[in-house]
Design a protein around this ligand. Structure first.
Ligand SMILES: [Zn+2]
Length: 302
């Protein structure tokens, strides 16, 4: 069990039973009594009317790549890639806020594996075909025998504040009017996470920061990010200069402004609120977790 108060997609780690991945006899027996998380190539999964993830009996699942996720209450859980067979399939963005911690863990793992397999059908060494091994947790090159493992790419995401009542938020070019989020970016080769936080904030806004502190992490399987969440304190001049590439605009916003902002949804534009800041990310995102954590405290450490 991880932190029950952490970011929503990070609260539960089920038993992955990794030792079973190479036990073909056990896997064959386990399949007979397994429950299955179906994932489409586009990362949708079937849900019921209460937005609970449908775990189907293995016997009712047609053939597809079969990957072993782990064991929950003595029940083996697999994920299988399948095309949607009804109107009730939803993406993680659509149902993420409604999933319980176990459902979120299983679906995020299943999507992460599916995304990796889709992108790694060829050997990065020689270009030959690779095949699944280890119940979906390895791919092996048919020519040179090299083994390849699922990728997790570290990214940093940070709430930058001024130690008083304002936090730095930015708006990406594609997000629509009034929608702001915390700044974020990928960790580069040879770089620490803390250095990446400082570099990304400076590159995007020309703002200097200090007191960079790790807060929490959350997987984001589109396609393979592990978001490392930080807080940081403004160091010096708050003036913003945009790099003109990543951010359409950025600004310092007060807690009162953040409190009146609405949740983003993919379905509708964020309505006018009378403020430049109209929307912030939905509650299952780590960006929102960092914003809410800052919003609810007056401690300068946040
Ligand atoms: Zn190869």
């Amino acid at each position: 069990m991880t932190d029950p108060h952490g970011p929503p997609l990070s609260r539960l780690s089920y038993d992955r039973a990794a030792v079973r991945r190479s036990d073909d006899a056990w896997l064959a027996e386990a399949w007979q009594r397994a429950k299955v998380v179906l994932i489409s190539p586009g990362s949708a999964t079937p849900v019921d009317e209460q937005h609970r993830v449908e775990l189907r009996d293995a016997a009712a699942v047609s053939d597809g790549p079969r990957r072993f996720l782990g064991v929950v209450d003595d029940v083996p859980i697999f994920t299988v890639t399948a095309e949607p067979d009804g109107e009730n399939w939803r993406t993680l963005r659509q149902v993420g806020p409604m999933l319980d911690d176990l459902e979120a863990s299983l679906v995020v793992s299943a999507i992460g594996l599916e995304q990796w397999h889709q992108r790694h059908g060829r050997c990065p060494r020689c270009g030959a075909v690779t095949e699944e091994r280890q119940a979906g947790w390895t791919r092996e090159c048919v020519e040179d025998g090299s083994m390849h493992f699922p990728r997790t790419d570290p990214a940093v995401i940070m709430i930058v504040h001024d130690g008083d009542d304002r936090a730095l938020l930015g708006r990406g070019h594609q997000w629509g009017p009034g929608r702001f989020s915390t700044l974020a970016g990928f960790v580069e080769p040879g770089e620490s996470a803390e250095a990446a936080v400082a570099r990304e904030v400076f590159e995007e806004t020309a703002v200097r920061i200090r007191d960079i502190r790790y807060v929490a992490s959350q997987p984001w399987p589109f396609p393979a990010s592990l978001m490392l969440g930080f807080s940081a304190l403004l160091d010096g001049d708050p003036a913003i200069t945009l790099d003109g590439v990543e951010m359409a605009e950025a600004g310092w916003f007060t807690r009162a402004e953040v409190r009146q902002a609405r949740d983003w949804t993919d379905e509708a534009e964020t309505p006018e609120t009378g403020s430049r800041l109209r929307g912030i990310p939905p509650r299952f995102s780590i960006s929102r977790y960092l914003i809410d954590r800052w919003k609810t405290t007056s401690s300068p450490d946040r």
